[in-house]
Design a protein around this ligand. Structure first.
Ligand code: PEP
Ligand code: MG
Length: 952
């Protein structure tokens, strides 16, 4: 990116006139190798077309499209003319910035310059500057715009106390990149200022990237220093940027309207009161910018002049841009948008000057004084990026594709291929009446479609989702806004998408898990309508149970699957340990994942045969092949029936070696069923899932009741509880975590809980209280350092002094390679280990477990992972401690013999896998399994290990 540096600046230059100045500048650009000789002619031609004087003593001479080829390297050179140079029209230039640019990169420079242009005394300061540093400072140091829009507002956020609320405010500012990660910490060091009416104010200049103001109100009443907290302003302060908003706020408070702010209830009204973003009732319209070099100085000047003709406020924003709406009357602010060709501008005007909108649109459409080549007639909006399919070959009939075994079982049925759509549509409509009719027709078709889905859905939860979708379609608020846009000439799809998008963003900005889900629903139903409007029909679901084929199945997609209709799942991407695959297993739907993008080319309705155990899919299988597979399915079902019959018997190998088989669970309800499925205990209670099921942090009593319910249901069988593993791919909506480049390598698991010790303490207390005489095991996720474990253990020991328990063991999960390598040290201190193979594999092989294409290779049977498990078991046994495996590997039929051979003491699997794992152990001999495991340790790949197991 182009940036100003002191090396580019030549101080103290003189030129008798503009032409001499251009010569100097061109000479400098040539000397520094940025352009070829001849560029001067381009600079002169450009000035002849129109002055490049920008304002405040600054000009930005640059070449024409014809001289672009003379540019070797994009760059700038600056010259200070302390005495000034006459730039025509009575304008004097004290700083000339010569631009050599082949593309539109200089727009970014202009964005930076707009800060300087806002400063009234700039020209004089530039003429007096005595060093390149001083010039640079002047260009960069002027105040930046305060960011205050719906993204920095959080109304009714869950918060337990003042600090929580502060975190939420800081988090909003972090998300819009106003502040760095430690801003919250800085705010905590500041004394909050009470503004009255329960409103509080905090600000800091530390860790600020750009000025921004967040306003958060708590969901439930809070108190601080004996006073109510109804709302908190968090200011990322930089210069005077907040002055105007602060004055407005003080005005509101002086007028006694603080309560009004709190009662407003929706972000738009609050923003209107604070003067942040465009009030909701302002008419607005969108248009795509066609100017070849974007909204640069010349067209921007014309636009600003036009806006000034109207006696009221006119604002513009780049749709999908990050910046808030700016005044069209300000040239510098217009330039600060950095709008490029093809980007869509949204103009909003005060209602009393609604006639400004068509004038602005017409001006932009005609090119703002420039010749413009019209944009393609349609705008292409890809709702989610579809897979690049062009290089893929459609799988032939009879061919077998190898993917990853994600959920066992054999499934057959027609393919229901669910592809993400690309929508093409014009931004401007033919006439409001016609567009209105189109929309109404589309809505009617979608209603009928959803009605059909409701009729066919057998699962109540899924039916309810569709009922909600119908309600959303009927929302009068959406209808009104769409109507407004249609009247302003937008096409039905453009108006519909704009309104859905804005409503969804508004929901997402509220940082509330439930509302965020609603936003996903809104986008979902919005997509259906858009598809109808664009004449793209979704492939109807086959009548018989089908194999769902998708690029990737996200956790929310899985939650919507109706197991009575979906016989199997086949995905192009994803791996077996992604959380969505775990959910598929829990639903008992056979699944093959990561089979490659070619599966998306399978014609809808093609018969598929899916083997979730071997990770294979056959396209249009021959009759005998299908028959054989179905016979195998019958055998498997027979085997499962037998396993089920002996599910309560222990898992002891033929030669007398016992292995405990426990269950992995994520909720307290249904524990009776888990025991009924043969569980000898719970080997992993993922407590973050319990936390996620609550809209806010469950208090101690609520948690105690949850844990007590599990222990009661287990009737004396052990319960292994994991403290929350939040972070990575499992964020907790009400637990703010700063945005991270690599969340899996970031503040996750125990790293996070140690940062919030009060949360961990309250969970531990709830657990100890719930235990009574029952066997309770507590373990910590993601331990990678011995200190983490010691700190956590110390906390347990301290609390144990307060709340005695009869049968408690404390251990750690082995999920990070460093923990496995440190096992000999840790084994002396812990009571047990439980190997989380999902993460251990991810971190050992350096493959993100949810990576769309690589996670297929994240196979826990990789010898590198097996060697780490082997080290862990040997270290533990040397100290008389036990080892469990609770990752997905424990339930993988090909892994069971190896894990038993490595002498793992406990396998903890999804409840529906318990009977099968037990039956498998019973069929083994420990002697043979040991030999098999030793052989596996010396192999080179997971594939070789799987092949070895097949020989058993
Ligand atoms: C694991 O990593 O193997 C594990 C059991 O934890 P989770 O899948 O919840 O990260
Ligand atoms: Mg894990």
């Amino acid at each position: 990116m182009l940036e100003f540096t002191t090396a580019q600046i030549s101080m103290g230059q003189t030129a008798v006139d503009k032409s001499a100045a251009l010569q100097l500048l061109a000479g400098h650009l040539v000397r520094d190798g940025l352009v070829a000789e001849g560029y001067l002619a381009g600079l002169q031609a450009r000035e002849a077309q129109g002055s490049t004087f920008l304002g405040q003593g600054i000009a930005i001479p640059h070449g024409t499209p014809q001289t672009r080829d003379l540019v070797h390297v994009t760059g700038v050179r600056l010259m200070q003319f302390p005495e000034g140079v006459d730039w025509g029209d009575g304008q004097r230039v004290f700083l000339a910035i010569a631009i050599a640019a082949r593309s539109d990169e200089h727009l970014l420079l202009l964005q930076q310059l707009t800060r300087a242009l806002g400063d009234a005394d700039m020209a004089e300061a530039l003429s007096r500057a005595d060093s390149a540093e001083a010039v640079l400072h002047l260009l960069q140091g002027a105040p930046r715009e305060l960011l205050l829009d719906e993204r920095t507002l959080g109304l009714g956020v869950p918060a337990d106390d003042f600090d929580d609320l502060l975190w939420q405010g800081a988090r909003l500012l972090r998300r819009v990149e106003c502040v760095d990660g430690d801003f919250a910490g800085r705010l905590q060091q500041v004394d909050p200022l009470s503004l009255g009416d329960g409103l509080w104010w905090l600000h800091s200049e530390q860790a600020v990237r750009q000025p921004g103001l967040a306003f958060v109100t708590p969901q439930q009443p809070l108190r601080h220093q004996g006073q109510p907290i109804n709302g908190l302003f968090c200011l990322a302060s930089q210069g005077e940027a907040h002055q105007a908003v602060l004055e407005r706020l003080c005005g509101l408070l002086v007028e006694g309207r603080g309560q009004e702010l709190l009662r407003a209830g929706n972000v738009r009204t609050v923003l209107g009161m604070l003067g942040g973003a465009v009030p909701t009732d302002w008419p607005s319209a969108r248009i795509a910018l066609a100017n070849p070099h974007g909204l640069h100085a010349r067209p921007a000047k014309i636009l600003a002049q036009l806006a000034k003709e109207f006696d009221g406020e006119v604002r513009v924003q780049v749709v999908d841009g990050n910046a808030p709406a700016v005044s069209v009357k300000s040239l510098s602010k217009l330039l600060s948008l950095g709008a490029r060709r093809g980007q869509v501008l949204e103009f909003s005007v005060e209602p009393r000057i609604a006639e400004a909108l068509p004038a602005l649109l017409a001006a932009v459409e005609s090119g703002l004084g420039e010749e413009v080549e019209a944009l393609p007639a349609v705008t292409q909006v890809a709702i989610d990026t579809p897979a690049p399919l062009t290089t893929q070959v459609k799988p032939a009939d009879g061919s077998t594709l190898q993917g990853i075994a994600a959920a066992p079982g054999i499934a057959s049925g027609p393919a229901h291929v669910h592809l993400l759509q690309t929508f093409d549509y014009p931004l401007r409509g033919e006439s409001p009446a016609l567009e209105r009719q189109r929309l109404q027709d589309a809505l009617a078709r979608v209603r009928a479609e959803i009605d059909g889905l409701i009729q066919r859905s057998q699962a109540t939860a899924i039916r309810e989702i569709f009922i909600t979708h119908l309600e959303m379609l009927a929302d009068p608020g959406l209808g009104d806004e769409v109507e407004l846009r249609l009247r302003q000439g937008e096409s039905a799809p453009a108006a519909w998408l704009a309104v859905i998008d804005a409503a969804a963003r508004q929901q997402e900005a509220l940082q509330d898990a439930l509302l965020a889900e609603r936003a996903a629903d809104l986008r979902d139903v919005g997509r259906r309508v858009l598809a109808q409007l664009c004449g793209i029909s979704e492939t109807p679901e086959p009548d018989q149970p089908y194999v769902l084929v998708m690029a990737e199945v996200g956790p929310s997609d899985v939650a919507r699957l109706d197991p009575t209709r979906v016989a199997g799942i086949l995905t192009a991407r994803g791996g077996a340990t992604a959380h969505s695959a775990i959910v598929a297993r829990a639903l008992g739907i056979p699944a093959v994942v990561g089979a490659g993008d070619a599966v998306l080319l399978i014609a809808p309705g093609t018969a598929l045969l899916l083997d979730g155990q071997r990770g294979r899919v056959t396209v249009a299988p021959a009759a005998d092949q299908l028959e054989k597979a179905l016979a195998e399915r019958e055998q498997r079902e027979e085997r499962l029936r037998a396993a089920h019959a002996s599910r309560h018997e222990p898992a002891i190998t033929r030669d007398g070696h016992g292995v405990e088989v426990f269950a992995n669970i994520g909720e307290s309800s249904g524990i009776d069923k888990v025991v009924e499925q043969g569980a000898e205990g719970v080997g992993l209670l993922r407590t973050e899932l319990i936390f996620m099921a609550h809209p806010q942090l469950p208090d101690e009593a609520t948690q105690e009741a949850e844990y007590r319910r599990v222990l009661d249901g287990l009737g004396g069988r052990p319960l292994v509880v994991r403290t929350p593993d939040v972070g990575g791919d499992k964020p907790l909506p009400y637990w703010p975590i700063d945005k991270e480049e690599n969340p899996f390598l970031g503040v996750r698991g125990i790293r996070l809980t140690l940062q919030r010790p009060q949360v961990m303490e309250s969970q531990l207390r709830a657990l100890l209280r719930a235990a009574d005489e029952r066997p309770l095991r507590i373990m910590f996720p993601m331990v990678g350092q011995v200190e983490e474990w010691r700190q956590a253990r110390q906390m347990v020991e301290r609390l144990r002094g307060e709340i005695p328990v009869a049968d408690l063991q404390v251990g750690i999960m082995i999920e990070v390679p460093s923990a496995a390598l440190l096992a000999p040290v840790l084994a002396a201190e812990v009571d047990f280990f439980s190997v989380g193979t999902n993460d251990l594999t991810q971190y050992t092989l350096a493959i993100d477990r949810g990576h769309p294409s690589l996670s297929a290779q994240a196979d826990g049977l990789h010898p590198a992972v097996l060697n780490l498990i082997d080290m862990t078991v040997r270290a533990a046994h040397a100290h008389g401690k036990w080892v469990g495996v609770c990752g997905e590997l424990a339930g993988d039929p090909q892994a069971v013999p190896i894990l038993v051979g490595l002498e793992v003491d406990e396998l903890s699997v999804a409840p529906r896998g318990i009977a099968e794992v037990k039956a498998q152990v019973r069929a083994l001999s420990i002697e043979q399994a040991r030999i098999l495991a030793r052989q596996a340790l010396s192999l080179g790949s997971a594939g070789e290990v799987r092949a070895l197991v097949e020989t058993l």
